[in-house]
Design a protein around this ligand. Structure first.
Ligand SMILES: [Zn+2]
Length: 581
């Protein structure tokens, strides 16, 4: 107790010193940028790293029980965020004049020992599959039990991409193969390419993500999808697939994109067995063939999938917290240049298997505090909201703030927000998302994957340069990071969107130091109960990236026309569709 008090006093001394320093230099930390009014600089300079710290500390307290969606801790977090909005003068922009947008969810857990899958060839004996080691599956419809007996159709990579003149659903006679009531067998990832103009070369497009495969087959009326897992193509082993399926998975209730009775993965060897039953020969050769332009046709196999699936189903509601600051121009009610900031507040809740700790104090510490992930993004979002709301002037158009739920369940809160935006998607010029920014110092580089895909990119480059932030290329384009964060939910309804993330270069340190910090976090704290608030964290970097985002948003709001995707981008069609609604 005593030593703790001393530590607290020392820490407080350090904090107030660093706070004073931060305020002094804040004014100098917002550079002059052409087209940016002085009021915007003042608003950005008001962003206070110690306020971000206070939000992060509160949101990651054990009292909030890991902010699992549908649980008490997440409700407390949502209430806290809404209360901060209210205190700062941010208007409600959720349902019925509140700050809350209700997101109806359904959690599905496959009951392994009551679930059966078999292949039934037209001639020959039924082959039973071992659940877990050979196949894993989820019933996306949220029914407690389902029975399937349907033919399997091999559709290669399961991709229909008109812009690459690619259609895996074309049958041998060039008509689209009928998938209604059937099971699609698909390969993970996308056709291999070195050509930038063909599936973006080495970079992964959304067509390569397993979520796309489920959605596309479901759109075509399939009742099930079997994704063939091969470690080199997936870039992760079967254990990863198996573990991620062993826990419950949530869906939006009534999601038109999630209608599969069996959203399943099968082991490579099992897929080979299926190929042999169907008389199709070598699977790996077929995979090679399916990746070559013009060399593949969808084919129905003389094999049926028979399944009995039982699920434990839990329906629940969580909320996005949505606020708004009106714009200054007369056109703000009708204009199409609103700016949206987003950051998820949910995390993983409490580990149900956590045991009292060994030193006998009896305290459960299976609490996933989620201080960095994503207390930091929430702290930044709240400071942005305060700075805009209290600014002496406002940007021309409205600014929206959405702290979304169920990101860890698969970007579900943001998906719901995209489907039900506070104003039509076509009227939102830009979404800037913040997720997990380790508060370890002042960054000198940023990673803004996706920003280069929009006509706003030259402005982004100018602002980054002015903030002394080097722009980093995506280090692992094949991993498809763009499709794994909340901004993607907004991009898919057409809104130009990207996340503001820091790189590895920090003031006073080598890049190796920054990399070591990031690796240590990923190895020891990421998605673990030890992602806890630390009093020695330095929030000046979070503040810097909040200021950077404020300036970007202000400029997007003030441009003569809205931000748009570059022509030919994969989200351009969604944008155009939203603008004709
Ligand atoms: Zn996370």
């Amino acid at each position: 107790m005593h030593s703790k008090q001393i530590f607290a006093m020392v820490a407080a001394g350090i904090l107030s010193a660093s706070a004073a320093h931060a305020q002094q230099s804040a004014a100098n930390q917002v550079p002059e940028i052409p087209g940016l009014p002085q009021a915007a600089r003042t608003a950005a300079a008001s962003i206070d790293p110690e306020k971000i710290r206070a939000h992060v500390r509160f949101l990651s307290l054990d009292l909030l029980e890991g902010r699992g969606p549908g649980q008490r801790g997440a409700e407390l977090a949502a209430e806290y965020i809404a209360t901060q909005f209210a205190l700062d003068g941010v208007e409600p922009a959720g349902d019925n004049g509140t700050y809350f947008q209700r997101v109806p969810l359904v959690a599905v857990h496959t009951i392994e020992d009551k679930t059966r899958f078999s292949f039934v060839p037209a001639d020959g004996r039924q082959v039973d599959l071992a659940y877990g080691t050979e196949i894993v599956s989820k019933d996306q419809t949220g029914q407690a039990a389902a029975d399937l007996d349907a033919p399997v159709v091999f559709v290669g990579y399961g991709i229909h991409a008109p812009e690459y003149n690619w259609d895996d659903y074309a049958g041998p006679n060039h008509t689209e193969i009928d998938l209604k009531g059937k099971i699609a067998l698909v390969i993970v990832n996308e056709p291999p390419s070195e050509d930038e103009k063909f599936f973006k070369g080495k970079a992964l497009t959304y067509y390569g993500r397993w979520t796309y495969k489920y959605e596309e087959a479901a759109r075509r009326g399939a009742v099930g999808v079997l994704i063939v897992h091969r470690t080199d193509l997936a870039s992760y082993g079967w254990e990863v697939v198996r573990n991620s399926q062993a826990i419950e998975k949530s869906y939006l209730q009534g999601d038109p994109n999630a209608t599969l009775r069996a959203a399943a993965w099968i082991q490579h060897d099992v897929a080979q067995r299926l190929f042999t039953l169907a008389g199709l020969g070598n699977l790996d050769q077929a995979i090679d063939q399916a990746g070559k332009p013009g060399a593949f046709h969808a084919v129905e196999l003389p094999v049926r999938l028979r399944a009995h699936i039982e699920s434990r189903v839990r329906r629940y509601v969580s909320a996005n917290v949505v606020g708004r600051v009106p714009g200054a121009s007369a056109a703000e009610q009708t204009g199409n240049q609103a700016v949206l900031y987003s950051a998820h507040y949910d995390h993983l809740g409490i580990d149900p298997d956590a045991k009292p700790d060994a030193n006998g104090c009896g305290k459960l510490d299976g609490i996933y505090n989620g201080a960095a992930d994503n207390g930091t993004g929430c702290g930044i979002l709240l400071e942005l909201a305060r700075a805009f709301a209290q600014s002496s002037q406002r940007p021309p158009h409205a600014v929206y703030f959405a702290s979304v739920t169920a990101e860890e369940q698969g970007l579900l809160g943001s998906q719901y927000l995209g489907m039900h935006p506070p104003i039509p998607a076509a009227r939102i010029a830009l979404d800037l998302n913040y997720d997990m920014l380790l508060p370890i110092g002042i960054p000198r580089s940023v990673s803004l994957g996706g920003a280069e895909r929009m006509d706003f990119w030259p402005t982004v480059q100018t602002v980054a340069h002015a903030f002394d932030l080097a722009l980093l290329p995506d280090p692992t384009p094949g991993a498809g990071h763009y499709y794994r964060s909340d901004h993607f939910s907004l991009a898919r309804v057409g809104i130009p969107a990207f996340s503001v993330d820091q790189g590895e270069l920090f003031e006073g340190h080598t890049p190796e130091w920054g990399r070591a910090q990031a690796e240590d976090y990923v190895d020891h704290h990421y998605h673990q109960p030890s992602d806890e608030y630390r009093s020695d964290w330095d929030f000046r970097g979070n503040a810097k990236l909040a200021r950077f985002g404020l300036v970007l948003g202000w400029l997007a709001s003030s441009q003569p026309t809205s931000v748009e995707w570059l022509s030919g981008d994969e989200f351009e069609a969604a944008r155009k569709a939203s603008q004709t609604k």
